[in-house]
Design a protein around this ligand. Structure first.
Ligand SMILES: Cc1ncc(C[n+]2csc(CCOP(=O)(O)OP(=O)(O)O)c2C)c(N)n1
Length: 550
């Protein structure tokens, strides 16, 4: 068996059926062996697209994603994907070819120290020069990527190691590291704090999704009726019909969510990390609250905020331990319900032009519960987060930590490959779409019926909004009014589409988008003047949100 065959064997051992990649010199031995397997390789048109598609696959399916590239430029093109997976804690294994080991350090053709480059954006990185280590390293890579707090792992393999004969090796499955059991004294203290609290709030993060604890969370909320807010990554964990769920908190969160957090006396943090986009001015975040922090990653507990009770462990085990019935929270629940009503989103935007929040709400009401939404990055992303109501967290896939423009299309491809039966809708902006637009060729090749909603304000809208608000309306390099004709461009990839410009066209256009048989591009012209509200200005406390009228 060769090193390349060993790679294939490890993929099979881990029941990997689909991988995303792009071939080239040093990784050719693996591509050659791929021909003889039933592993589906999705050829993306850029390695960044491949890495992000693998992330979309992992997020939609709840498994580990795999991407592959050659050395040098192939490997460097993967780096943004690795960083994205790192900041969103997505299990990803990236396999790259490297120049032959005698050439390492010689500036050989397509040699780049990808291990060095990757160190800041992977959970772990390996360089394999000795083929006899390959089986063990790959086993470690899959275990590390998916265990504890998940993340990306790079395995860089020299070409000579891929070509070398290695004895058939029995691959020993590694036992994933077990999450610690909660300490009794912490359970007692946490239950006591919850029982005594007059104004508790749940601050729910992506750890719930990664820890596959959505069911336990929903049971906990049903039993306790504690009001809740979620981060961008946790949208869909709490059903939108829950009476005391206030939506997303933070910079572009719902005002009700931010105000309730500021007023609470106990914050139960569940798989969240006090991200700066969430907390605003940290010193003034939930200023009167004691904190119970539940997380699998010890490094997150107490990182930014002193905690009263640390609870490290598996959320599926922890949450049932904290479930209390008959909490007397009527007064607080009523306050929360009033906040929710006071700050409910309004869609009564005047005029005939298309108002993106209303359109997204109409779309959200029209799609079925299985629909997966992927987004790009910018104003449209925040509007999607505010106004779409995913039925499940694995149905809302957005680059949260890194904010990677160009994410939406490849993520949609990965999601559709993972769940071919479920509808996939991409919500993108005119800036972001162009960043991985080449992946329309992947849609075409794979005949994937991904529905593309392109909100075109002819601007890098989010940056323009900041220039307007914080740089005295000095608009530097945010004008995209020379965009291509998107519908014509899509047609070049066999993707039909149309443009709409007025509000009255929206319902029929949504219908066309969703009921078309294949991929479809709905190009929506919106005003460059519409901004995302509310907004917590940088450095301000969360209750000092700005509410503009666009
Ligand atoms: C790769 C990358 N480059 C730059 C940025 C900075 N950035 C954040 S939002 C944004 C504008 C996005 O424009 P568009 O996709 O048109 O979305 P809009 O904000 O107009 O909805 C930019 C440039 C980024 N997040 N990612």
């Amino acid at each position: 068996m060769t090193g390349a065959e060993q790679v294939i064997s490890a993929l099979k051992q881990h029941k990997i059926t689909t991988i995303f990649g792009y071939p080239g010199g040093t990784i050719m031995p693996v591509y050659d062996r791929l021909l003889d397997t039933d592993i589906e390789h999705i050829l993306c048109r850029h390695e960044q697209g491949a890495a992000i598609a693998a992330i979309g696959y992992a997020r939609a399916a709840g498994t580990t994603g795999v991407c592959m590239a050659t050395s040098g430029p192939g490997a460097t093109n993967l780096i943004t994907g690795l960083a994205d997976a790192m900041l969103d804690s997505i299990p990803l294994v990236a396999i790259t070819g490297q120049v032959a080991s005698p050439l390492i350090g010689t500036d050989a053709f397509q040699e780049v120290d990808v291990l060095g480059l990757s160190l800041g954006c992977t959970k772990h990185s390996f360089l394999v020069t000795d083929p006899s280590e390959l089986a063990d390293v790959l086993e470690q890579a899959f275990t590390i990527a998916s265990s504890g707090r998940p993340g990306p792992v790079l395995v860089d393999i020299t070409k000579d190691a891929l070509l070398a004969e290695v004895p058939q090796q029995e691959i020993m499955s590694m036992e994933p590291v077990k999450a610690p059991e909660p300490e009794h004294k912490h359970l007692v203290s946490a239950r006591q704090l919850i029982a005594e609290s007059q104004r508790p709030m749940l601050y729910i993060g992506g750890g719930v999704v990664l820890g596959q604890a959505t069911g336990e969370l929903r049971d906990f909320i049903d039993a306790t009726q504690i009001p809740s807010v979620t981060t961008l990554k946790a949208l869909g964990t709490v059903p939108y019909c829950s009476p005391y769920y206030l939506g997303m908190l933070g910079m572009h969160g719902n005002q009700a969510a931010n105000h309730a957090i500021q007023q609470c006396d106990l914050l139960v943090v569940i798989g969240a990390r006090f991200d700066d986009r969430v907390t605003g001015k940290l010193a003034e975040f939930a200023p009167n609250a004691k904190v119970i922090h539940l997380d699998i990653d010890a490094a997150e507990i107490g990182k930014f905020r002193e905690v009263s009770v640390p609870m490290r462990g598996d959320l599926r085990q922890l949450l049932p331990h904290l479930t209390l019935n008959n909490l007397q929270l009527n007064e607080w629940q009523q306050q929360v319900a009033e906040l929710k009503q006071q700050y409910a989103w309004r869609y009564d935007h005047p005029g005939e032009r298309i108002y993106a929040p209303l359109l997204l709400r109409q779309l959200s009401d029209r799609v079925c519960d299985k629909t997966i939404i992927t987004t790009d990055v910018g104003q449209h992303q925040m509007w999607a987060a505010q106004h779409m109501q995913p039925a499940h967290p694995q149905n809302f896939i957005s680059s949260s930590g890194l904010g990677t423009m160009g994410y939406g299309l490849p993520a949609a491809i990965g999601a559709k490959e993972a769940r071919p039966e479920d509808p996939v809708v991409l919500i993108t902006g005119d800036g972001s779409f162009m960043m991985n637009v080449q992946e329309m060729a992947t849609l075409k090749r794979r005949k994937l019926p991904v529905k593309i909603l392109l909100l075109d304000n002819q601007r890098l809208g989010m940056v323009k909004q900041w220039q307007e608000l914080f740089f005295e309306e000095r608009y530097s390099e945010t004008d995209l009014s020379d965009n291509p004709d998107f519908v014509t461009m899509a047609r070049a990839f066999d993707i039909p589409g149309r443009t709409i410009t007025t509000k009255s066209e929206v319902p029929a256009a949504i219908e066309d988008l969703l009921t078309s048989s294949g991929s479809y591009l709905l190009h929506v012209r919106i005003s460059e003047q519409d901004n995302v509200w509310p907004l917590v200005p940088p450095g301000a406390a969360n209750h000092k949100m700005l509410e503009g009228n666009s």
